[in-house]
Design a protein around this ligand. Sequence first.
Ligand code: NAD
Ligand code: UD1
Length: 309
Amino acid sequence: EHSSPILVTGGAGFIGSHLVDALLAKGHAVRVLDNLSTGKRANLPLDNPRLELLEGDVADTALVRRAVAGCRAVAHLAAVASVQASVDDPVATHQSNFIGTLNVCEAMREAGIKRVLFASSAAVYGNNGEGQAIDEDTAKAPLTPYAADKLASEHYLDFYRRQHGLEPAVFRFFNIFGPRQDPSSPYSGVISIFTERALAGTPIILFGDGEQTRDFVYVGDLVRVLAQALELPVLEVGAVNVGLNRATSLNQLLAAIRDVLGGLPEVRHAEARPGDIKHSRANNSRLLERFEFPEPTPIREGLARLLGR
Ligand code: NAD
Ligand code: UD1
């Protein structure tokens, strides 16, 4: 049964490539569909005979149909991950972030494949969490095209579940960090940017007062959960937050980087980003109920790995 592949869309990206590694290590065959917009071939062990890379777009209906054919399950991670990119270009990001999901649903219905994992986001809650732990029933407030596309994707997956027996495993990721997170854009994940600049000794830009908080999850801890969701015989219905229920402020993050490196470059202050969420922390009891989630990697340990210490 391990011979038919699991399709990982966005598999050449940061989170996707770690999932690919985990699935290969468990003996699965893996097919990746990725347009290499932010993903890289170098993230993938392309010499592994159980890995196949299809280069192309999830917005291409015919290509998605071909990619899905013959697979046993799909992990749909392809998306433009930058919230700000969706604000700047809603039409282009909608093709990846919503049409891509619809194409995956349709292709799976046609092929009779049931299990699909979806990378949704804490962004669907907008600012409704302010200061408290956000559970999955917290009212949704998608403030950006990115969040609206993620929430719409969730609703479509649920339609295909009710109407066509799809088995969606929807995860709302909080802030994921770790190796291969690409720091090259100003809208990249904050830890990838801060650690890269700390190593290079170039100035760090802090938007706002640095008291905004995030619930940071090390990518290896996330991927263990994703692999379980693809393998569990029965899945419960409903989206699952992936966070640690721990708030780390950016000021605390900078202090931790300074501790690991023994110093920090200059920190420049800039205006808070418009629409930036102030506090984001997951109530993760559903995650702990449904999945095995061993002691997560402490942020300092994750940082030390990233900083090569
Ligand atoms: P990433 O940019 O490294 O990965 C996205 C991958 O999708 C890349 O390899 C990219 O080339 C590919 N891609 C983008 N548009 C595509 C398209 N139209 N067709 C085919 N491939 C396409 O980012 P990531 O952080 O690994 O994000 C993976 C998923 O997790 C995304 O869906 C993102 O929205 C979601 N997510 C990430 C975080 C986080 O903190 N990193 C939090 C919540 C949700
Ligand atoms: C992140 C993810 C998004 C995901 C969401 C879920 C990325 C790029 N974004 O968004 O996909 O859906 O989590 O919670 O992975 N900051 C600075 N200086 C910088 C860069 C950022 O001060 O150079 C600040 C930002 O203003 C923000 C915080 O750091 O307050 C976090 O920003 P960022 O890493 O972009 O993540 P989110 O916007 O939380």
